[in-house]
Ligand binder design. Structure first.
Ligand SMILES: [Zn+2]
Length: 257
């Protein structure tokens, strides 16, 4: 009996390893994510100059409102992820990218009709990190057999250059708890205005000479190692920002003042 049981577990484990998690971004209710901006910064290669999205230009840190329904472990991981981003803001007279607030329930965004901009309590300079495990919500997120553990819904302002409001939604049940911080790190990158480290046409991202196609990158390329790469393998942990994330994050810092 014991042996049979063990085999079943390992067979399941092998199958899990072959899957990847997609880390999603949804822009303003539709699934187009091609409202990318072009920024030029020293240290950012030309093939990524169009990997940026509308920025948060408030002159203050983005206030991260943590949904009280997260566990204490999850709240701590969110704070640690925000601290990692803060540590790379090296602009002179620097300010942090993020400030953390363990929010009262009434401060946190409420998603009403799915992954679109119809949510409450959104402000241009705040982001709620919402814990959502309802399968009816996630069934509206899932496309092309992607089952993302987190999404960031960004609602650009009319001119398309800045953000009017945004919210990040996380389903902790869709990744191992050891990956929770990796997922949050990635989504907080989107909150700042970072697109993926390469364009994934399967997600509506248009590759060009200014935004390299993920499929063209060799194995172990730095853009694949980035926290902002669009896929995270099952069990893979990315809790430290990589060179690519740092270069592009500092570019955001220089352009967000
Ligand atoms: Zn993403």
């Amino acid at each position: 009996m014991m042996k049979q049981c063990g085999m079943r577990v390992s067979a399941l484990f092998i199958r899990a390893l072959s899957l990847t998690l997609t880390l999603a971004l949804i822009s303003c209710g539709d699934r187009r994510v091609d409202n990318y901006l072009e920024l030029s910064c020293p240290g950012v290669a030309t093939d990524q100059s169009r990997s940026f999205m509308p920025l948060v230009k408030s002159g203050r840190p983005v206030l991260v409102l943590i949904d009280p329904s997260f566990s204490q472990f999850e709240k701590d991981q969110i704070a640690a992820a925000a601290a990692s981003w803060n540590a790379i803001n090296s602009v002179r007279g620097r300010r942090n990218f993020f400030e953390i607030e363990n929010a009262r329930p009434e401060r946190v965004s409420v998603l009403k009709s799915g992954p679109n901009c119809d949510f409450t309590n959104g402000e241009f300079d705040t982001v709620s990190i919402v814990r959502e495990v309802d399968s009816s919500f996630w069934s509206k997120v899932d496309t092309n057999s992607d089952h993302p553990p987190g999404i960031t819904i960004r609602c650009p302002s009319r001119d398309g250059l800045t953000i009017s409001k945004q919210a990040t939604v996380i389903n902790p049940g869709r990744a191992f708890s050891s990956q929770f911080r990796s997922v949050v790190m990635h989504e907080l990158g989107h909150v700042l205005g970072l697109g993926h480290s390469c364009a994934d046409p399967r997600k509506g991202e248009t590759p060009s000479e200014k935004f390299v196609d993920c499929d063209q990158l060799p194995k172990n390329h730095p853009y694949r190692n980035a926290v902002m790469y669009p896929l995270l393998r099952i069990g893979e942990v990315k809790e430290e920002l990589r060179a690519n994330d740092v270069e592009r994050g500092q570019c955001i810092a220089q352009n967000s003042l």
